[in-house]
Structure formats: C-alpha cells, structure tokens
Design a protein around this ligand. Structure first.
Ligand SMILES: Nc1ncnc2c1ncn2[C@@H]1O[C@H](COP(=O)(O)OP(=O)(O)O)[C@@H](O)[C@H]1O
Ligand SMILES: [Mg+2]
Length: 453
C-alpha cells in the first residue's frame, strides 16, 4: 500500500470514528430530552383530564363533555386521548398530527421507549363510559430528530470527503519530487551520474534534493578523475614498455648478432685449424655477453620485483643472502636485521632493499671478499643506517668512478631525504656502502645534512 493511500485511509478512519462518536453523544442527549418532554406532557394531560372530570357530575350532557374533552387533544404532539366505553370498546380517539417523514424503526428504538399509557377512570356520572386512556406519542419528535440527524451526518460526510480529497491531492503534490528522486537514484544505480533533480518543494525534501545533486556531481567528478587516471596509467605503461622494447632492440639485438657472427667465425677458424684466432673471437663473444648482461640488469632494475611487499623487508634481505650463498658458498654473509621493520614506511623499505641488493651485488662482483656484513640500525633520533661492508681486496675499478648502480642508489636515497656514502674502507681492504634515512617524515629531496657529514 502506498504511503499516500495509507495516510488517506487513516484520516478517513479517524473521521468515521468521530462521526460515529458524535452521533452517539447527540443520540444520548436527544433520548433524555425526549423522555423528559413526554413525561411532562403526560403529567399536563393527566391534570387537564382530572380537572375536567371534577366538573362532570354537574354537567347536563356528560357524554358530550367527555367527547369534547377528548377532542381537546386533537393535534397534540405528545399525547393521544381515547374514550373507553363500559364494555371496553373505544368510543373516540383524539387525532394526532400526521407525520410527513417517519423515522426508521431502529432510530425510534435508539431514542428509547416512551412512558406507559395511563388510564384515568371516569366517575359514575359518565354513564356508559369507563375511562379515558392517555397514550404518549413520540412519532413527530423522533421524525424531527431523524431529519436533524440525517442533515448533520450528510454535512459531516461531505466535509470529510472534501477534506480527504484535499489531503490526497496535497500529499500527491508533496510526493511528486520523491518520485523524481527515485527515478534519478535508479539512473545512478545504472552508472549514469548526469541526472539532477529540481530543488523545490517542502523544506524536508529540499535538503534531500540538494544532497542528491551534490552526491551525483561528486560521483561524476570522481568517475571522470578515475577514468583520466586509468588513461594516464595506460599511457605510462605503454611508454615504459616501448622504452624497454627499444632498449632490448638497440642494445641487445646488435650484440646477439655479433655473437652469432663470432660463433660462425669460430666454426670456420676451427675448420681452418687456427686456434689462436679462435681465442680472439671468444674474447669478443665474452665482451658482447658482458655488455648484454649489463643491459639486461638495467632492464630488470626497471621491472620492479614485488618481493618486498610480499615477504616483508627482513625476509626479502634473507632471501637475497640465500641467493648469493647458493652461488658463492665461500663468502660468509653476516646479517643484523631490524627487530621492528614496521616502523619503516613502504617507500623506505623499497629503497633500503634496493641499496642492499646493489651493494651486495657490487661486493660479490667487484670486491672478491671472504665476508660481507649487512646491518640495520636505528638511533635515538630515529635515523636508520644501512651498511653493507665487505673485506674484499677489490679487482680494480671496472668503471671510472660511480657507475649506474651507485648513481641509482644515491638517487633513490636522496629522493627520500636521505644520504648515501660509499668507498673503500680507509686503511684496510674492502668497501663500505652506507645509506642513512630519517624514519620521521622523510622529506623528498631534502638531504639529511645534520646526521650525515
Ligand atoms: N664493494 C666494492 N668493492 C670494490 N669496488 C667496488 C665495490 N662497489 C663498487 N665498486 C666500484 O664502483 C664502481 C661502480 O659501481 P656501480 O655503480 O655499481 O657500477 P657497476 O656495478 O655496474 O660497475 C664499480 O665498477 C667498482 O669499481
Ligand atoms: Mg653495481
């Protein structure tokens, strides 16, 4: 059942009940008034009859006087008089006023039963007659009350009907904006955020309409922003892929071709029995492979591993150590991990892992060490120091100064507001790479000058 129908039904019910109660109260009062009126009329009639009968013994024509007495009740609203003969027959009855519109029997019953008839005995002078009977008659009053009742009920029902129609129309008009809102909500549900509702109507609905319009425009803006971000992301991914494809093509392709050529040369030289020239081709292949290794490493650097977020920093470091221990079992790796790595943000963890990865890689590749120490430490100022130390004598510089590995490390660390230092251990063999990072509010691009000289 709609809210509108519910409200109208409720009001109609209340009106009907009030009409019923009003009728009952009015009926109760009418019943009392009628009863009092009839009783008074009967008393008056009795007195009239009694005083007339007092004069009867002196009358010359008692029968005529009795007929006249009964005749005085002609047209009386409340009492009907009858002259009863000695043998019990009715000699004469007064004429009551005719009733134009008699009330239904049930209505007469509602107004109560009239008082009993009264029989006034006649003196002996009234020869041939026994009594005068007085009967109360309520017919005219009941009929009048019935007409009044019909009139009042008709007026009340008419007013109630007009009131209900008005309520129905007003509620319909007030709810029209709700229908518009429901339709727009339906559109939102299908992902169409362009719809708005007109802001008018009762104040309770106004705030709802404003809220809806605000929500719809917010949703539209957010969706558009998301779409742009998605587009941007796709463009970035495509550029990145094109970059990698170009790197692989330009840097690896020619070297693979050269290796292939060298291999063919080796086959020819072998057939020609020239082992000395073969050695030169092998050296050329090694140089090409070394170059390709460097390029592949650079590409892999860019394809960032998900290990750190999956495993956690400590587990990722241990994984790295396991990797090197498997390949270089003669090197002893010593690791001092952070007890609580949760104090490091995701960005810091990522950078720290990269530093350790590259520094350990360098130690193994360039240092030729017997041992490598990897340690993490947070001081009272909440500055994290990451150190990778090795004791290798070094194989001599493979690049002049900082290569891409060291430069990359430095860029990552300074991007988080930290500092990176590296170099041979003073006075002894080996190499140390140190990164320092503040754990509190690492500010992008601002070096930790105070903690790192
Ligand atoms: N642990 C180390 N022991 C000795 N030399 C090192 C060490 N780390 C770095 N180096 C030197 O620094 C140079 C630059 O390193 P890097 O920037 O990582 O480039 P790459 O590793 O590609 O050569 C290396 O070629 C090497 O000469
Ligand atoms: Mg390196």
């Amino acid at each position: 059942m709609s809210l509108r129908a519910r409200v109208v039904t409720l009001i109609a019910g209340v009106l009907l009940v009030s009409i019923l109660l009003g009728t009952l109260v009015a009926g109760y009062q009418a019943r009392h008034a009628l009863s009092a009126e009839l009783t008074a009329a009967m008393n008056g009639a009795r007195q009239t009859v009694a005083s007339a009968l007092e004069d009867l013994p002196q009358s010359d024509h008692p029968a005529r006087d009795l007929r006249q007495l009964v005749g005085t009740f002609d047209g009386n609203r409340h009492v009907r008089a009858s002259l009863v003969t000695a043998d019990g027959g009715v000699a004469l009855v007064s004429r009551t006023k005719p009733i134009d519109q008699p009330a239904p029997a049930w209505f007469g019953l509602l107004l109560g039963s009239p008082p009993n008839s009264v029989e006034v005995p006649l003196p002996p002078a009234a020869v041939g007659f026994r009594a005068i009977t007085l009967t109360p008659t309520a017919g005219i009053d009941v009929s009048a009350a019935w007409r009044e009742f019909i009139g009042i009920v008709a007026v009340l029902l008419g007013c109630a009907a007009i009131g209900l129609v008005l309520v129905y129309l007003v509620i319909g008009a007030a709810f029209r904006p709700l229908h518009a809102l429901a339709a727009q909500f339906g559109r939102i549900g299908t992902g169409d955020y362009s719809g708005r509702v007109a802001e008018h109507g009762p104040s309770e609905l106004l705030s709802l309409q404003r809220g809806f319009n605000q929500m719809a425009s917010e949703l539209a803006t957010t969706t558009e922003r998301n779409r742009q971000l998605g587009d941007q992301l796709l463009t970035i991914q495509e550029e990145e892929r094109a970059d990698i494809a170009r790197d692989l093509h330009d840097d690896i392709g020619p070297h693979l071709f050269a290796v292939n050529m060298d291999a063919q040369m080796i086959a020819q030289l072998s057939d020609a029995g020239r082992p000395d020239a073969i050695r030169e081709q092998v050296r050329s292949i090694q140089a090409a492979v070394t170059h390709m290794q460097r390029q592949v490493r650079a590409v892999l650097e860019r394809l960032r591993p998900a290990r750190i977020t999956e495993l956690g920093l400590n587990a990722a470091i241990l994984d790295l150590v396991r990797f090197w221990t498997l390949r270089r079992p003669e090197i002893a790796f010593n690791v001092v991990l952070l007890e609580d790595e949760a104090q490091l943000g995701e960005a810091t963890k990522d950078v720290v892992y990269r530093v350790v990865q590259e520094a350990a890689n360098n130690a193994v590749r360039h240092g030729d060490p017997r041992a490598v120490w990897i340690s993490f430490e947070v001081d009272e100022a909440r500055v994290l120091s990451v150190r990778v130390i090795d004791d290798g004598p070094g194989r001599g510089a493979t690049t002049s100064g900082a290569g891409l590995g060291l430069i990359g490390m430095r860029e990552r660390v300074t991007a988080l507001g930290g500092l990176l230092s590296f170099g041979p251990n003073p006075g002894t063999s080996g190499w140390t790479t140190t990164a320092t990072l503040s754990l509190d509010a690492p500010t992008v691009g601002r070096p930790l000058a105070a903690v790192n000289p």
